[in-house]
Design a protein around this ligand. Structure first.
Ligand SMILES: *Cc1c(COP(=O)(O)O)cnc(C)c1O
Length: 743
């Protein structure tokens, strides 16, 4: 990076009369032109991260920070009378849904920061995840035109476009390369589909609805489109540099499959090796087995992808044939290894006209990893238990992490400076040294309280502007922000709030420290229950916030259009992080880590990475409640939520007793029935909301009491900061590089 050049040219930049978008594009272009070139070096081993999602967020501030010119830019702009915060108007690149996509972005950031050659491959969606608006408390979805202000951080590589062929159509995959800045500049290559109106559809939307056959075909096309483009790229580059010595392919390439979406890349690699380069099928499989690694992100059955053979055959007949051949090979291998019929049914790649993509991934991958210790255990003993018996050596744990650069340095400058003042700035590059902060904790509590108050005031000011709800900065801030899903149990938080509200009204709860509950979440557009939960929480917010008896002690706000930029503000200004999924169902969580880094205590269940957070920061510095996985497993068959209903009648029946209106949609009744009656596809309350509710409300009240000793509470929060190093994705990436990628 030629910083002097950048500074000089920025100083010379004429700013008068220019719009924010113009300035944004010009300053970004300046930074891009001063940054040294980036390309993939084919002479060394590179790791590639294939992911359907990259939830990058806003690039502007983060890139300037990584380039070391953020502060200078802020000052130079200030001299010109421009507040650098005006660029907050620029849209986030929301090319992802939630945790999985954000993880991909954090990984790229960490690898660049550590100087490791990890590059991303994905799709350049025309529209990212929808923009959320509320209409009368209901979520509505608006298109997310993230390129509205331009896209100065991408470079189109027209000359490297390649043709992707389907049985019924063709599409060009045109690469757009984004630099990932750090100690090393890595590359995120996103493909845009072009060539015809039908082709353009492929990269139009992230996760188009797949409840119709047409929708399913489009989803499959998307997955094949970017997987095939990536594999084609890697093979061409390899042949150009190393010739056709494919036995060496894995010495230069390792491909990490982020969940099952890109697993079709396995079949594509084998197809190209056998069809184009005439390798034998077993040799091609061997190359694949040495090249691919797979990360599983969920044990929820609905998220484990299956494709019907008819569907695959319709547009990708050669791929269908190859997957069947792999399946035959796998079955033979596993039969030889002594698997029973029942076991073979569990590991089948192809069975009854359906392809099981997770099983294909596990069979081929050289390593399979879960994303937190508990999750990996569950994979080994439950979901992939048969595989674990045959190929025990494949399974590894790689607990997720988040980049502390975006999630502390960038979003919490105040806390970062406070830390610098105690232990120096070395933690920014060597995160393991953050634990030196432990030695300073009681002394720095007062300073920390000031920082937290300042960040809280900023968050609440922002919320006031955006949501029109005013909350005084001396409130305790509890936050539950993440995708809306029944297993994440936002509904349980809603009930707990109602119980607190009722307790304040009838006087059974006294000496309550003023508190606000902040929610942020998007629901999948077709997920009825999740949408009903949003409406329910918005109804509660209206009631609670306008009740003169309680409104100076209790507030509820559901922020609109939760995204990475909103998250940056929320994690910094929160006191208590709510991570309350049903034990065994949140694979890891990464939101929990962002909060920890910013000094929020976790109020949560023993699930996902919460377990490790508590292990590092101390149980006494966090608030754990609820059933453990073993307990859930044990009670599963005999659980009757109605036994728990009397204790929570008022809160739960608020769904149906007319307290709140669902606008005649029937959504609230359906939620109630899902808890009490169940449905054709699940038992009543299959996420154990009523089972854990009592412990939850009591824990929230305990936190409330503890908070009144401000110093003691700040000490708990600081213990979380000081012991968060393990949850930096720098640590995670080092483990991937060492144990999987060998780069
Ligand atoms: C970190 C993050 C997530 C993941 O949150 P979880 O609580 O781990 O589910 C989702 N969305 C955004 C915008 C994020 O920044």
């Amino acid at each position: 990076m030629n910083t002097i050049n950048f500074t000089t040219r920025l100083k010379e930049l004429k700013t008068e009369g220019k719009t924010t978008a113009e300035l944004y594009n010009e300053i970004s272009a300046l930074a891009m032109s001063c940054a040294t070139g980036y390309s993939v070096n084919p002479a060394v081993k590179n790791a590639y991260y294939l992911s359907m999602e990259f939830l990058i967020g806003r690039s502007f501030y983060n890139n300037l920070m990584e380039l070391g010119i953020l502060d200078e830019t802020r000052e130079i702009l200030a001299e010109k009378g421009i507040d650098i915060n005006v660029f907050e108007e620029i849209e986030d690149a929301a090319l992802g849904n939630g945790g999985l996509g954000r993880l991909a972005a954090c990984f790229l950031d960490s690898a660049a920061g550590l100087g490791l050659p990890l590059h991303g491959f994905g799709i350049r969606y025309r529209y990212g995840l929808f923009k959320q608006a509320f209409e009368n408390g209901f979520q509505i979805e608006l298109p997310d035109d993230w390129q509205r202000f331009g896209d100065p951080w991408s470079v189109r590589r027209e000359e490297e476009k390649r043709l992707i062929e389907f049985a019924d159509m063709q599409a060009y995959a045109v690469p757009y390369d984004m630099p990932v800045f750090g100690k090393k500049v890595n590359r995120l290559r996103l493909y845009q589909a072009e060539g015809s109106a039908a082709a353009e559809k492929i990269s139009e939307y992230l996760y188009p609805a797949d409840d119709t056959e047409e929708g399913k075909l489009l989803r499959l096309r998307q997955e094949y489109f970017f997987s095939a483009a990536a594999v084609g790229d890697l093979l061409d580059a390899f042949v150009k540099k190393h010739g056709k010595s494919f036995e060496n392919f894995h010495k230069y390439n390792v491909i990490q499959l982020n969940d099952t979406h890109p697993v079709i890349a396995v079949a594509e690699l084998i197809r190209l090796l056998t069809e184009k380069y005439r390798l034998s099928f077993p040799n091609a499989v061997k190359v694949a087995k040495q090249t691919f690694a797979y990360t599983n992100h969920t044990v929820l059955p609905e998220a484990l992808e299956c494709w019907s053979e008819a569907l695959v055959r319709k547009i990708l007949p050669a791929i269908a044939d190859i997957m069947i051949k792999i399946s035959v090979l796998a079955t033979r291998e596993q039969t030889d290894a002594g698997c029973t019929k029942e076991e073979l049914a569990q590991t089948a790649i192809y069975k009854g006209g359906t392809f099981y993509m997770a099983n294909l991934a596990v069979y081929i991958a050289k390593t399979v990893n879960g994303v937190a210790a508990l999750h990996t255990d569950i994979l080994k003993r439950d979901l992939f238990s048969v595989f674990n018996k045959i190929y025990a050596g494949k399974f590894q744990n790689k607990t997720n992490g988040v980049t502390h650069r975006r999630w502390v340095e960038l979003c919490n400058k105040e806390l970062s400076s406070l830390i610098d003042g105690k232990i120096g700035a070395g933690w920014r590059r060597d995160i393991a040294s953050l634990d030196k902060l432990n030695a300073h904790i009681p002394d720095m509590a007062e300073d920390f309280i000031k920082v937290k108050r300042e960040k809280k005031a900023k968050l609440l000011e922002y919320i006031k502007e955006r949501e029109g709800i005013e909350i005084p900065p001396d409130f305790i801030v509890f936050s539950q922000v993440k995708r809306l899903h029944e297993y994440k149990r936002q509904l349980m938080t809603a009930f707990a709030i109602l119980e607190i509200y009722n307790g304040l009204k009838d006087g059974t709860i006294k000496d309550f420290y003023p508190s606000v509950f902040v929610f942020g979440a998007k629901s999948a557009p077709a997920y009825r229950r999740a949408k009903a939960i949003i409406k329910f929480i918005n109804e509660i917010a209206d009631k609670v916030n306008s009740d003169p008896e309680t409104r100076d002690r209790l507030k509820v706000v559901f922020v609109c259009n939760y995204n990475v930029s909103y998250a940056e503000k929320i994690v910094a200004g929160t006191d208590v992080s709510l991570q309350v999924s049903t034990a065994g169902l949140e694979a890891s969580g990464t939101g929990n880590m962002k909060f920890m880094f910013n000094g929020a205590v976790t109020c949560g269940t023993m699930d996902g990475a919460n377990i490790e957070i508590v292990e590092k920061a101390g149980k006494e510095n966090n608030y754990i409640f609820g059933a453990l996985v073993e307990e859930i497993e044990r009670i599963k068959g005999g659980y009757n939520p109605e036994e728990y209903l009397p204790a929570h009648k008022k809160a739960v029946e608020a769904l149906i007793d007319g307290t709140f209106s669902d606008g005649g949609t029937g959504g609230f009744k359906e939620l109630y029935d899902s808890l009490i009656k169940g449905a054709s596809w699940h038992a009543p309350d299959n996420y154990f909301v009523l089972y854990d509710l009592k412990g939850y409300t009591q824990t929230l009240l305990k936190i409330n009491r503890d908070y009144s000793d401000k110093t003691a509470f700040a000490v708990k929060q600081l213990k979380n900061v000081a012991n968060a190093a393990y949850f930096s994705s720098d640590r995670t990436i080092k483990e991937y590089a060492r144990d999987i990628w060998e780069i």
